[in-house]
Design a protein around this ligand. Structure first.
Ligand code: MRU
Length: 354
């Protein structure tokens, strides 16, 4: 795996790049201090990059995995069919919660089963690029639909990073925030720092600052106190998987944010593409929640802060019950006060997922 250092200005929209038969990923672990790309040429490297958080965010993981399938076919040339399943399994095992990963792999594999051997890599590359482009278009549409829900100029809180970096570009929650700021209904953004990986401090604030959108980072524990001041109209977040009843899995800390929002009369919006809805998960109880190395919690910014011998528990997602969600915004429509019936209607109207 090669790394490339760049001195030109890069935005979140440049984070996943296919060029010269290789996949280039902006290494999100180093942002904002370092802008460095990693060059990938096979599925194993792609799976490692997803697991190690070079790339993260549900839609971005799905797009990356789709390109990983292309790399697998290119690497194994005329033996690609024999190698495909084990490479797909490798990619699927990289992270368990973001359903976009499995959705993208299924879409790529279905196409792989239909095509002739002559042009497999080219056909699959076109499909991966289509998944990438469709995600950007979905984010633009969610931006419009989500921003339309915000009537009074207000301040918002967001959690983790659901921006260009976490998607094909533009962002889900940050797409709504970008559109809301452009139309004048969002005045200021409070970005939760999002311990332990600090996606809020490192990534969300970086993206918003680049766009000249006023942003203040707050410690995760400051969210309720920020709401209590009375100028927060909405919490706007993304999701890694939405169950068939509207329960929402997202970055750890989202659930307590939703509880605090309800208490303070603050509205709670989830922006996510249709590919994030998992009709096979009846409720949040069916969503696997990733647990990562306790060292991530015992350290901060790469420095060990916990005493030697102290242990930690590190679930990296939580599930917000549908009853705490005011609106789920997808590219195919908005579901207010979600429940099983409304989610089923959304999926049937939109012809299921791609
Ligand atoms: O662990 P991460 O950084 O991959 O978690 C990302 C999130 O929780 C995002 O909020 C979610 O994927 C939505 S991204 C559009």
């Amino acid at each position: 795996m090669e790394t490339l250092f760049l001195d030109k200005i890069i935005t979140g929209d440049d984070a996943i790049v296919w060029q010269d038969d290789a996949l280039y990923l902006l290494d999100q672990r180093l942002l904002p201090a370092g802008v460095q790309f990693i060059r990938l040429t096979n599925a194993k490297q792609t799976a490692d990059a997803i697991r190690d958080m070079v790339v993260r965010g549900a839609p971005a993981i799905g797009i990356t995995a789709a390109y990983g399938v292309v790399l697998s076919v290119m690497q194994h040339s005329d033996r690609w069919r024999e190698a495909l399943q084990s490479d797909v399994d490798l990619l699927a095992a990289a992270r368990p919660t973001a359903v976009n990963l499995f959705w993208a792999l299924r879409r790529m594999q279905q196409l792989a089963n239909e095509i002739t051997d002559d042009n497999a890599a080219a056909v699959l590359l076109r499909e991966a690029q289509l998944i990438h482009q469709q995600d950007i278009a979905a984010n633009r549409r969610m931006g419009e639909l989500g921003a339309a829900l915000i009537q009074q100029p207000t301040c918002v809180i967001t959690h983790c990073n659901a921006g260009a970096l976490a998607t094909g570009g533009y962002g889900t929650a940050l797409g709504v925030i970008r559109a809301g700021f452009a139309q004048g209904s969002i005045k200021h953004v409070y970005a939760d720092e999002t311990r332990p990986w600090l996606q809020g401090t490192r990534l969300t604030a970086w993206e918003l600052h680049q766009d000249n959108i006023p942003v203040s980072v707050i410690a995760d524990v400051a969210a309720a106190a920020t709401m209590a001041r009375g100028d927060i109209g909405w919490v706007i977040v993304g999701s890694d998987r939405i169950a068939a009843n509207g329960d929402v899995a997202n970055k750890i800390g989202t659930y307590q944010l939703a509880i605090a929002a309800r208490y303070h009369g603050v509205k709670f919006m989830v922006a996510a593409p249709i590919s994030t809805i998992d009709p096979d998960a009846a409720s949040g109880a069916d969503i696997p929640v990733e647990e990562r190395d306790p060292e991530e919690v015992l350290s901060c910014g790469g420095h060990r802060v916990g005493a030697e011998g102290v242990t930690a528990w590190n679930p990296v997602f939580d599930v917000t019950p549908a009853e705490l969600v005011d609106a789920i915004v997808t590219e195919r429509g908005v579901v207010e006060a979600p429940n099983s019936e409304k989610m089923a209607e959304l999926l049937s109207e939109s012809g299921q997922r791609n």
